[in-house]
Design a binder for this molecule. Structure first.
Ligand code: ZN
Ligand code: ZN
Length: 218
């Protein structure tokens, strides 16, 4: 069997394309709370990805310009960095912002869709010294997802639970190419659903995200 979107070869028992992320076959198009949603193929997601990519470039470009301008001004005002070295520092830091944006885009491009299961979740307290030397406790939330194809992903949030509370151990999940989000196979126990694109929590009764207008994966 071949993917209808990109032509990639797919196993008969696979319900998604690991290369382009398209899902097909099983499951009706109308919303359902059990099963992976075929709505990830919606053009709204492609548009959203494109827009967020442009924004990340615009944002890093602005940061780069600020760095290139600010270093010489700072150097001149304080006398700590001489011209033209202050400009070189600015160009170096500014260039780094651009390189980070390029690397992020490449990383998203080579990302693949995969299925897995929430293998473990736990919290622990980590003590870190603050500026005054006091040991301050921080709660760290850890979520471990095991891939069906082997290997696992560990996610950590510090001080705020992030997506920790949304998932339970044993949940079947799907990672969608290019998104920092796991779709739950079974959403029937949930009152809220997370938007795959902007990651806002939306009432499970909605069909599209009230924040970014992308379809909700159900
Ligand atoms: Zn494909
Ligand atoms: Zn959204």
């Amino acid at each position: 069997m071949f993917c209808s979107c990109c032509g990639n070869t797919i196993d008969e028992n696979q319900s998604f394309c690991s290369r382009c992320g398209a899902s097909f076959g099983k499951g009706p198009v109308q919303s359902q709370l059990i099963g992976f949603s075929p709505r990830i193929n919606d053009a709204a997601f492609t548009a959203y990805k494109k827009k967020s990519r442009s924004w990340s470039f615009i944002f890093s470009f602005i940061l780069a310009v600020i760095a290139i301008v600010a270093f010489p001004i700072y150097g001149n005002a304080t006398g700590e960095i001489d011209w033209p070295f202050s400009l070189y520092y600015g160009l170096g830091i500014g260039g780094m912002f651009i390189i980070i944006a390029i690397l992020q885009t490449i990383k998203r491009g080579v990302d693949k869709t995969w299925d897995g299961v929430v293998a473990d979740k736990y919290t622990y307290i980590s003590y870190e010294r603050n500026r005054n030397g006091y040991r301050i406790p921080h709660t760290v939330y850890v979520l471990k997802v095991k891939k069906d194809t082997g290997g696992s992903k560990k996610h950590k949030w510090r001080d705020s639970p992030g997506l920790y509370d949304y998932y339970n151990i044993g949940d079947r999940v799907r990672h969608h190419k290019g998104f920092y989000y796991y779709e739950k196979y079974d959403k029937s126990q949930d009152t809220q659903i997370m938007c795959a694109a902007c990651m806002a929590f939306i009432d499970i009764g909605e069909e599209t995200c009230t924040k970014c207008k992308c379809p909700l994966l159900k």
